[in-house]
Design a protein around this ligand. Structure first.
Ligand SMILES: O=C(O)C(=O)C[C@H](O)[C@H](O)CO
Length: 316
């Protein structure tokens, strides 16, 4: 059985309880990019052991969050509990096209200190995994003084044969400036085997607007698999230097784009871990993302998702 570790932050999620977007009544859930990725991975490929690596607190929200991880069959073995800190929080705002934006309250969250819990014993256990996934948000979340320890962890995992996977999710407000993010993303790309960038991330950070520009930039790194997501304009895939382009069938009824990239990542990584071809993995991942953006919030209802994805799995 494959073991995939996903490193990052899960937050309390707030969004308007009504479709009209009134902020008087809010619906509370839990989400965060790597957690969302873990959810869609595990829901689609139940045989893959999916572990979240994060820190929460001991408050009621944290306990409910851990229960939520369990309800999604995500392993909490590496969910550490801070004595003093509590989870971060964010809210989703939607425009009339379903495009999302976020407001965060996360500067003092438990997850910022997750590296304090990663000692030699934990490192050895993580070294036994098949894949270790982190994102640009994970990098922005950890305290800057923990970065050296984080990169040492990545080096050890890589040396142990763990596949290192990076999604450069860029959230400008979480960095002191673009230079800091550029430096950290460059390190991440140097150390990764597989990366799944979105053109929008590279546009904000480097001013690149096409998949070709992103690909040219990424050629300087030693990535064996590169999946460049460009919304409705499709996906550029580079496997061991071979380039191919995948078209996307746009979804008519976009309700909320939150978690489009995360659901894509989760299904893609699970499919690859389970031995699906790159083509079939992209097909499944795109279908999952198309389904998720027709639902509000990061995490679509489990029963509807399960029915949908089973039909897709049967057709590849
Ligand atoms: O923006 C973040 O940090 C989040 O993780 C919140 C959202 O769930 C995530 O970005 C959706 O992709």
């Amino acid at each position: 059985m494959k073991n995939i570790f996903l490193f990052g932050e899960c937050m309390i999620e707030l969004m308007s309880a009504s479709k009209e977007g009134s902020s008087n009544t809010l619906k509370q859930s839990f989400a965060g990019d790597v957690f969302n990725t873990a959810v869609y991975l595990k829901r689609t490929f139940s045989k893959v052991n999916t572990h979240l690596v994060t820190a929460v607190g001991k408050d009621k929200f944290s306990l409910d969050m851990i229960e939520y991880f369990k309800s999604e069959n995500i392993s909490s073995d590496f969910v550490f509990q801070s004595e003093t800190k509590i989870p971060g929080l964010y809210s989703i705002q939607l425009d009339d096209k379903g495009e999302r934006s976020f407001t965060y309250w996360r500067n003092d969250s438990a997850a910022r200190q997750v590296m304090q819990h990663i000692d030699d014993e934990v490192t050895n256990l993580l070294s036994k995994g098949d894949m270790f996934f982190f994102s640009g948000i994970s990098l922005a979340v950890i305290e800057p003084q923990s970065r050296t320890a984080f990169w040492a962890l990545i080096d050890k995992l890589k040396a142990a044969g763990v596949q290192i996977v990076f999604d450069p999710n860029y959230r400008p407000r979480m960095w002191t400036g673009p230079e800091e993010a550029q430096e950290q993303f460059e390190l991440a790309l140097q150390k990764s085997d597989l990366s799944l960038p979105g053109v929008d991330d590279f546009e904000q950070l480097f001013g690149m607007t096409t998949v070709e520009e992103v690909n040219n930039y990424c050629k300087t790194f030693d990535l064996s698999e590169l999946i460049i997501k460009n919304g409705e304009q499709g996906i550029l895939v580079v496997v061991d230097g071979d380039v191919s382009h995948f078209a996307i069938t746009p979804v008519e009824n976009v309700v909320d784009t939150t978690s489009a990239g995360d659901s894509f990542n989760g299904v893609y990584l699970g499919a690859r871990a389970e031995g699906y071809s790159v083509n079939d993995s992209i097909t499944l991942a795109s279908k999952a993302a198309g389904f998720v953006i027709q639902h509000r919030g990061a995490i679509a209802p489990a029963d509807e998702y399960d029915t949908f994805i089973k039909a897709q799995l049967a057709s590849v």
